[in-house]
Design a protein around this ligand. Sequence first.
Ligand code: SF4
Ligand code: SF4
Length: 134
Amino acid sequence: MSAVVDGPDEQSICIGCGLCCDGTVVSHLAVRDESDLGAPLRGLGVEIIASADPLVFELPCPAVCDGVCTIHSLHRPSACAQFECTLSQGVLDGKVAHEEARMVISATLALRDAFRHGMVKGDVFQEHIDSVFR
Ligand code: SF4
Ligand code: SF4
């Protein structure tokens, strides 16, 4: 699982979530080098921030669409496959039921959209993200 829709498991809670790709949960992801970043993301205009240590690229990632990584079958940075948020880690550890996690994600996506439309205050939204995903 992970940042985003990893592996062939169609039941992964990450499929349709993508909150760690769109800049909601984390603002940057680390990369080892240009090769780790990969041609698909470079082709979408993603650039490494060379002044950062470790090297990173900025989110939101242009490859995420409706919570799915559109370059998953091509090449993603290794950090994408390794990333686990608190919620996905809870599912992996057996502490959070799959269905419960799906409901939390659905509610969070709705909250994110409300935030983007100015219907939810930023501090309320961030508090929710901090408490569930970080
Ligand atoms: S935020 Fe968590 S649950 Fe959502 S895609 Fe990322 S790792 Fe998966
Ligand atoms: S490459 Fe895919 S998994 Fe990685 S941040 Fe972008 S959309 Fe998410």
